[in-house]
Structure formats: C-alpha cells, structure tokens
Design a protein around this ligand. Structure first.
Ligand code: ASP
Ligand code: MG
Length: 420
C-alpha cells in the first residue's frame, strides 16, 4: 500500500480538488491512504478565529462566517444535488465551533486553539471523500483522531507511538482492502479524548506516521513545486530540482530551515526504510525528488536563507574564559526562554549566536543573560546555510554583503551577514 499527502495549496479551489481526485483515481481503486490538509489558507483563518475567541473579540463571528462561506461555495459547485449528505455533514462540523464560541473562553488558550483549528482538516477531508464517492470511486472517510494518539501538549502534541501504531494496524488494513481511505493530517486525540494538533504544517508528519505504522511501500507528498529544490524560489532566481536525496541530507536541510517538508517527517519513514517522494500536483507525470537511504546522484549544493536574524555576542563580565561551565549556564538561559539557536561560535572570551528576531522573547533573554554576561546584539542580519558548499557558492551569496560570522563543517557552511 502507499500513502499520499495533499497540502492546502493543492485543494485551494474546485479545479484543485478535481485535479487531486484525478491523481488519486489514477493510482487505482484501493490500497491507498490519502492524508489531506485544510483547504488553501483555512488554517491561518481558523487561527485568527481562535485568537479572536481567546481575546473575546467580536470579529470572531464574521471570521467564522467567511470560513463557512468559502467552504459552502466550493461544495455548491462540486455537488449540484443539494440533498447530498455532505451539506449537512459539513454544517454539523461547523456547529461544533459555534457551540464553543458561545461560551466564554475560560479554558487554556492552547486547548481552545486546537479545538477550533482542527476543523479545517475535518471539513476538507469530508468534501474530498464525498466528491470521490460521487464520481464512483469508492472511498472510506476515517477520523484521524481514532488513530493518532497524543499527549495533551496542545498545539505541538507528542505522538504516543505504541498506541497509535496499534490502532492503525488493527483497523486500517481491512479498510484499505476495500477502497481508498481518506483521512486528515495535523490532528490527533489526547487520552482524555480531546482534539490536539501536531504543530503547524504537521500534515506531512501525520502522513509519515501512517506510512510507518502501515509499512507503506512508498509515501508521496504532492506539492506546487517540482520536488525538493536547492533553494527557496522566494529568495533565489535560479533554483534547481534535486533528483535524489538521502534521509540524512533531507533531515539536515529541513533542520536548517528548508520548509518543503515538515522536519519531523523523515525520522519515522527513515526508521522503516520507506522511500519518500516529493512530486508536483501540477505536473503529476514528472518524477520529483526521491528521498531514501542512499542517493546515487551527486549532491547538489543547497541554500537555506533565514532573514530577520539577531546576532548576539555574549561575554563573561569578569573576563573569564568561555568554557563548559559558562556554556551550560548560557544554554540553560536559552532553554528557559524557549529561544532556538540557529548557529553559534565561541572564542576564548566570547560566545556568538544567531537567533530569530522574536521581540518578546529576546527582551527577556537579554535581561536574564545580562546578570552575568555582557551582551551585545546586532539586528537585521541574514543567516545563510549552504549544504555541499564550495568557494563559488560562498561567493555567490556573499556578494555585496559583509559576513559577521562564519561556521564551517565538512559539508555545511553557515554565514551570518548583512548588506554592505
Ligand atoms: N493545515 C495545517 C497548517 O496549515 C497543517 C498542514 O497544512 O500541514 O499548518
Ligand atoms: Mg498547509
């Protein structure tokens, strides 16, 4: 069996939905599990709705109405028979949010967020399943919350692997024998039976969990790009598709900030040796990128940009060396403030790090560090990571820039820089 994952961009309108159903139908009539995200930017809109509710803002009713309108507009075009049960099914799903919005937002914000934001995937998967069935392709809609079991760390829930694997293996194979199974990405279920989410863009991860538990032959993520590119077209003119990547390189690239795949996706499929394909839903006949244990094609230099970086330089006030004791104290302060270090370098009496510019967090971080250290900082920096670098690629990205910090390992070069 195989697993397909479709993101929000692939199902943003009726043409998209029709295209996706064709890709599914060309696979065959059974032994395919399809994981879908919310349509288009629905999760962003639901997130606005959740924040409006949490802050007691009356705009929440308008936001909900516009989300409903968007979905019912699509439904009315796909299902001309207004007696089709999908109309009621989707309306009832939205009623659950309406009930929640009627009450004061007294529960924990992260809990409320997950109850609201999870609706996007429920609705999109119902629409796609109903549309496939209307077209005569038998498919079974399954609630991912019956399978993906998590703790109650809402908004970034941790998967309970054993329970999850058991549930998947117990029930899904018999459905897969009967037809196509459609389920949701991103959402899970806590042991108290509340809905949780796995973190933004988490649908790739859901697909990897299902793939691993079902020992899928392959997993495919369908995207609006031809595959994994060697740079984000947002920052780079000449990008090229990487035909093959090792799991190791894929994990390194996503760790450094390549957004093409969710970083948690690789581990479960690597552990089971399942190949992952990233392919274009616009050109479904093309091969895309294959991610597996070994790439046979030579590595392509890849570039990952992070803008809006702050470069901090931290030195002990008493001129003592930066040694293990100081470092563990510094890292404890970063950890307490939930600040992630993007790159770092130390000298005898100074320790430099590049971090995302999150004003709220940085203010507290600097305050805490300043008790024992002298802290200097520079804003508006860019961090570029080059995997499989050479002098030519370094020259290319540093043109008209001043490099403030450079860290090199055998395969990876990171530079923190600013416009000249
Ligand atoms: N719909 C969710 C999000 O936008 C999950 C996903 O798309 O992967 O974050
Ligand atoms: Mg998405």
């Amino acid at each position: 069996m195989q697993v397909y994952k479709f993101g929000g961009a692939s199902i943003k309108n009726i043409e998209g939905i029709k295209n996706v159903t064709q890709i599914i139908q060309s696979f065959g009539a059974k032994n395919l599990l399809v994981v879908v995200s919310a349509m288009d930017k629905t999760t962003d809109r639901l997130q606005e709705l959740a924040f409006a509710h949490i802050n007691g803002n009356e705009t929440r009713h308008e936001i909900l109405e516009s989300i409903k309108d968007f979905h019912f507009e699509i439904i009315s075009k796909l299902f001309t028979d207004t007696k089709n049960p999908i109309y009621n099914d989707v309306a009832n799903t939205f009623v659950e949010i309406e009930w929640l919005l009627e009450e004061d937002a007294e529960d924990a914000p992260d809990y409320l967020y997950d109850q609201i934001v999870s609706i996007g995937e429920l609705v999109s998967s119902k629409i796609i399943a109903a549309f496939l069935n209307q077209q005569g392709t038998f498919c079974v809609w399954q609630d991912a919350r019956n399978y993906i079991q998590t703790d109650n760390n809402y908004r970034e829930a941790n998967v309970q692997w054993e329970k999850t694997t058991n549930e998947i293996q117990k029930h899904l194979p018999s459905y897969l024998e009967q037809g196509i199974v459609i389920t949701q990405g991103f959402i899970g279920n806590t042991s108290e039976n509340f809905t949780s989410t796995l973190g933004r863009e988490g649908s790739d991860y859901s697909a990897a969990i299902f793939s691993a538990a079902l020992d899928a032959e392959k997993m495919t993520i369908w995207k609006d790009v031809p595959g994994v590119l060697n740079a984000d077209p947002k920052w780079f003119d000449e990008t090229e598709k990487i035909p093959q990547l090792s799991y190791r390189d894929a994990i390194e690239l996503t760790y450094y900030g390549a957004t093409v795949i969710h970083p948690k996706t690789i581990k479960p499929i690597q552990n089971k040796g399942i190949p992952l394909y990233v392919r274009s839903f616009i050109h479904p006949a093309e091969l895309g990128t294959e991610i597996s244990s070994e790439a046979t094609t030579p590595p392509v230099p890849s570039f990952i940009f992070k803008v809006n970086q702050v470069l901090l330089s931290i030195s002990p006030k008493d001129f003592s060396f930066i040694i293990e004791e100081n470092l563990s104290h510094i890292f404890a302060i970063f950890h307490q403030n939930k600040v992630k270090v993007n790159t770092m370098l130390n000298s005898a009496i100074s320790f430099s790090v590049s971090i995302d510019n999150d004003e709220l967090k940085i203010e507290n971080l600097i305050k805490d560090l300043s008790a024992d250290f002298k802290v200097k900082y520079n804003k508006d920096m860019e961090l570029v990571t080059i995997r499989y670098y050479n002098q030519q690629t370094i020259d290319r990205v540093t043109e008209n820039k001043k490099v403030w910090l450079e860290v090199k390992s055998r395969n990876t070069c990171q530079m923190v820089m600013k416009n000249l």
